[in-house]
Ligand binder design. Structure first.
Ligand SMILES: O=C(O)[C@H]1O[C@H](OP(=O)(O)OP(=O)(O)OC[C@H]2O[C@@H](n3ccc(=O)[nH]c3=O)[C@H](O)[C@@H]2O)[C@H](O)[C@@H](O)[C@@H]1O
Length: 392
């Protein structure tokens, strides 16, 4: 067929062929150039970070503690949302803080204000591998916590919460450190209505093969391991069952309800409620959680303790609260419900009140204002970054 067509036709076929080829070449060249440019930018950013660390910085004031009271404290997941707030607290108290983070969901940015400080150390380390350091206390927070993050790689989530916890309990045993395990309200699964609010004596209702199981069962095993090490190896353990927590430094793509609703409202987009919106959650501000964790670590109490804010809202109500707070008219859009989504969740905090004299102090109004301010700044920074890239 090719031989039978005219020279003109040959030329036009060749032209078409060349045009398509050229387009493909341009596409692939552009892709490659873009990738090269992105790699270069990443390397430059890393270099800038390194250089920045060398410039004498102004740090927030930290207390002076003499060596008898100053502790060397490891925070696994210390570059994450909750971890970085805990790090701020411990640093300001005058302790030496070592952060171990693999930066899967954590970010250097959350702790960069301490980089270079003589009391601070940042190690890029995945706790699935053992860590050999000298330490007095361990806050073991490393694990993705947002459902979209922990479901992204369920096997890794299980490894982090089982192997990772074994490694941290092993470290605690070797060096005689006290260890606090960050457990979760998810150990109660989708609670039976007769166990509302959930107290620590409830054994839970977890689907062991459902999509949330990697996290829920991972944390349940982490608790089991903690008490096995306590009994068999005399490790001094604390277990905090953390309920829904929000605040600045939540990941922009966190996917959890507080961040999602605030971002959607700020961008004047529809607010996405999964299912009918009748399910409930109780939201605690991050500084209350940090206070609770430190009080638990410093106490002599070794059984699990719920840390959460008992003010319960339906998700529909919560969407309305955010709309009203930001004074926006965003539509509330009902999407498909989530599999195994716990229907009602509210902590019974009588144990924390009794044994720690702890209860949350920050109102939803104050906590939301601080969180919204953070997200607003993040959005503006992103916008500036985009404009800057466009201008290049
Ligand atoms: O925030 C937390 O601290 C907890 O978050 C998750 O648990 P979950 O309560 O399911 O958290 P969200 O993803 O924030 O969901 C809360 C509720 O809002 C709903 N939701 C979420 C996001 C959204 O855009 N729309 C929406 O209706 C969810 O279906 C769920 O019913 C984690 O599994 C817990 O380990 C973690 O402790």
């Amino acid at each position: 067929v090719y031989k039978s067509i005219s020279t003109d036709e040959h030329n036009s076929i060749n032209l078409i062929y060349h045009d398509e080829f050229a387009e493909k070449m341009i596409d692939s060249n552009t892709d490659e150039e873009l990738k090269l440019a992105q790699d270069k930018i990443k390397k430059l950013e890393e270099r800038l970070d390194d250089l920045e660390c060398r410039i004498p910085k102004k740090y927030e004031t930290v207390k002076f503690l003499n060596y008898q009271v100053r502790k060397r404290i490891l925070v696994t997941g210390g570059a994450g949302f909750v971890g970085s707030h805990l790090v701020d607290y411990l640093m300001k108290q005058g302790h030496e803080v070592v952060v171990a983070d693999n930066f899967f969901t954590g970010s250097k940015k959350n702790v960069r204000h301490w980089i270079g400080h003589p009391n601070f150390e940042l190690i890029q380390h995945d706790i699935v591998n053992p860590l050999y350091i000298e330490i007095d206390q361990i806050y073991h927070l490393a694990s993705p916590a947002s459902p979209i993050h922990y479901m992204y790689n369920p096997v890794k989530t299980i490894k982090t919460n089982t192997l990772g916890t074994i490694n941290m309990l092993g470290l605690a045993r070797r060096v005689g450190a006290k260890i606090l395990i960050a457990s979760t309200s998810e150990v109660y699964g989708d609670p039976d209505p007769s166990h509302h609010p959930q107290s620590e004596s409830y054994w839970g209702h977890v689907n062991p093969i459902g999509p949330r199981a990697c996290y829920d069962e991972g944390k349940r095993v982490a608790e089991t391991l903690s008490y096995a090490y306590a009994k068999q190896e005399k490790v001094d353990v604390r277990v905090a069952r953390i309920f829904n927590t929000y605040g600045p430094r939540m990941h922009m793509n966190d996917g959890r309800v507080v961040g999602n609703f605030i971002l959607q409202a700020l961008k004047k987009e529809a607010i996405t409620v999964y299912g009918d919106g009748k399910h409930t959650r109780s939201f605690q501000y991050v500084s209350d959680l940090v206070d609770g964790m430190v009080m638990l670590m410093d106490s002599n109490y070794t059984q699990p303790v719920n840390l959460g804010n008992p003010q319960e809202h339906t998700i529909q109500e919560f969407a309305e609260i955010i709309k009203e707070f930001l004074n926006v008219k965003s539509e509330i859009q009902h999407l498909n419900g989530v599999e195994d989504d716990p229907q009602r969740r509210k902590p019974d905090i009588s144990r924390a009140k009794k044994v720690l004299d702890w209860e949350p102090k920050v109102s939803l109004k104050k906590g939301l204002q601080l969180t919204i301010d953070y997200f607003r700044t993040e959005l503006e920074t992103q916008q500036l970054d985009v404009e800057h890239l466009d201008a290049l």
